[in-house]
Design a binder for this molecule. Structure first.
Ligand code: SAH
Length: 216
């Protein structure tokens, strides 16, 4: 690890995340604790703590640090939750969630990305995350229900199986829109009803699968 990664992470949290209004101290600490440079290809390590997304191979990207913090904060995690992430990618978002929840399941459709993420998470000793390979647009019914679901790939609508896998009081965050441009939506499951909020504009790679975009 570069000797200065903790300083870079601290600066990233201060200047890109806290300065833009994310106040949840648990989220800020988690973002400061995960060595982001270990989740990007070697060629991009120097740029890992910068204010931008980065390529992670297979045409996919790791989100800008602020977006990771913003979406994480929207989940309002207390520490005792079971969380589902769709779109493991590098494993970085899953690592942040692992610091904030009890149990994390993350689903990736590309086996090589899943394998790499699994290795990184294990090397960091984050034993409360399980990486699954499959079509996350169907959710992960075998471990449902979840207290929080975070989708990190964009779909034309929230895949219908996902809200069905939310616990009472559960929150779901997902980018919804066309292939290039979306809005974040937060769905909250309250006494049998789903409350829907439409939030920031974002740009995520497409969710490919049965309840997302066609894969070919
Ligand atoms: N959260 C990731 C970034 C997500 S990029 C991180 O922290 O690095 C979006 C990821 O979603 C890509 O890796 C892509 O392969 C994956 N993906 C796309 N469609 C999917 C699907 N139906 N199920 C699971 N993963 C999917």
């Amino acid at each position: 690890m570069p000797p200065d990664w903790r300083t870079l992470a601290e600066q990233m949290v201060k200047e890109q995340i806290a300065a833009r209004g994310i106040g949840d101290p648990r989220v800020l600490t988690a973002m400061q604790s995960v060595p982001r440079h270990l989740f990007v290809p070697e060629a991009y390590r120097e740029a890992a703590y910068g204010d931008h997304p980065l390529p992670i191979g297979a045409g996919q990207t790791i989100s800008q640090p602020f977006i990771v913090a913003y979406m994480t904060a929207l989940l309002r995690l207390q520490g005792n939750e079971k969380v589902l992430e769709i779109g493991t990618g590098s494993g970085y978002q899953a690592a942040v969630l692992a610091h904030l929840a009890q149990e994390v399941h993350t689903v990736e459709r590309l086996p090589q990305l899943a394998a790499q993420a699994r290795e990184r998470l294990a090397a960091l000793g984050l034993n409360n995350v399980r990486v699954h390979v499959g079509d996350g647009s169907r959710g992960l019914p075998e471990h449902a229900p979840y207290d929080a679901i975070l989708v990190t790939a964009a779909a034309p609508e929230v895949p219908p199986p996902l809200p069905e896998q939310l616990n009472e009081g559960g929150r779901l965050i997902a980018p919804v829109g066309d292939r290039g441009y979306q809005h974040l939506e937060r769905w909250t499951h309250r006494r049998g009803h789903l409350q829907r909020e439409i939030l920031e504009a974002v740009a995520f790679v497409p969710l490919l699968g049965e309840h997302g975009w066609p894969a070919s």
